[in-house]
Design a protein around this ligand. Structure first.
Ligand SMILES: [Zn+2]
Length: 306
């Protein structure tokens, strides 16, 4: 059986990134899994608080586990942006592989104290669970925003990153490095792309040495993503781009078959539309077409796997 910690260690060593895609239904999950299977790369499924409530915490855990077991495939589940210990414990008990404990909206000292406590509690429930902590401001909501928020004051510093990892014991760190949740209207048409502070990522990586997650990856410049991964990002979150593709796919499915009422026939175009977005992102994360593109995060079977 595959273990997320091993997959993440491989990504650290090879300087590649694992794609993290949020799901809110079976359409999204099927699309992400089909794409990861096709490209033979490990993948992380994300479910935020709202997404977990919609699908059921134990139900999404059972779905992802069933795919991992039936297909002997490295697909894992992350409880994205969990703001309370109660919700984090609920996800850990349901069998999630990782938890993003997000107290980044609190003052720094409170963030440290609460995250440290969460790490201790969650590891007693499942010693192999991975806990991610977050510092800095990357906005909120995987939605389409009218205007860009000013996040410049909330960028993470290398010193802060080092101190936070040291004092909380988190396995993974999510820094603020120019990334932002959601997308702007201008990004939908591709007129504008998000840009990242690559130098800052490299300095944070050196200081903190743990795997780094880039939240709010949707709408980011491709070349910046490649450079960010080379500089030390190991997990990239994509949500808004999938939501846009989901909606477009559902609308196409309905308009192309105005008399159809079988949901699986209508929704097949949504699966296809999401799958295309996931595949293009996964190709980029595993290094296709980039310099040194043989340094991929292709699946390597763990020793002694049955
Ligand atoms: Zn996020």
């Amino acid at each position: 059986m595959y273990v997320l910690r091993d997959i993440l260690t491989q990504a650290q060593v090879k300087r590649t990134a694992i794609g993290h895609f949020n799901v809110a239904d079976l359409v999204l999950l099927k699309a992400v899994f089909a794409s990861a299977q096709e490209l033979k790369v490990a993948v992380l499924i994300g479910a935020s608080d709202g997404e977990r409530q919609f699908m059921g915490v134990r139900q999404i855990a059972a779905l992802v586990r069933s795919l991992r077991e039936e297909f002997d495939f490295p697909i894992f589940l992350n409880a994205d942006h969990t703001h309370s210990l109660v919700k984090a414990v609920e996800a850990a008990k349901a069998g999630f592989d990782a938890i993003v404990f997000d107290a980044s909206a609190l003052p720094y000292e409170d963030n440290v104290r609460q995250t440290k406590e969460a790490v201790e509690v969650l590891k007693t429930i499942n010693p192999s669970i991975l806990v991610e902590g977050e510092i800095g401001d990357i906005g909120s909501g995987s939605e389409i925003h009218e205007t860009a928020p000013d996040l410049s004051q909330g960028l993470t510093t290398p010193q802060e990153a080092e101190e936070f990892v040291e004092s909380t014991g988190v396995d993974i760190l999510a820094p603020a490095v120019g990334n932002m949740h959601g997308m702007l209207k201008s990004m939908l048409q591709g007129e504008m792309r998000k840009r990242l502070d690559i130098q800052r990522i490299a300095h944070i990586k050196k200081a903190a040495s743990v795997p780094l997650t880039l939240h709010g990856g949707s709408g980011t410049d491709d070349e910046d993503l490649r450079k960010a991964i080379a500089a030390g990002i190991n997990i990239v979150h994509i949500n808004t781009e999938l939501r846009v593709a989901w909606r477009t796919g559902v609308e196409n499915g309905l308009s192309k078959q105005p008399h159809e009422i079988a949901p699986y026939k209508i929704l097949s175009s949504a699966i296809e539309s999401v799958r295309q977005v996931v595949s293009s992102r996964l190709r980029l994360f595993k290094g296709d077409g980039a310099v040194g593109s043989d340094a991929t995060n292709r699946i390597v079977a763990p020793p002694g796997r049955s």
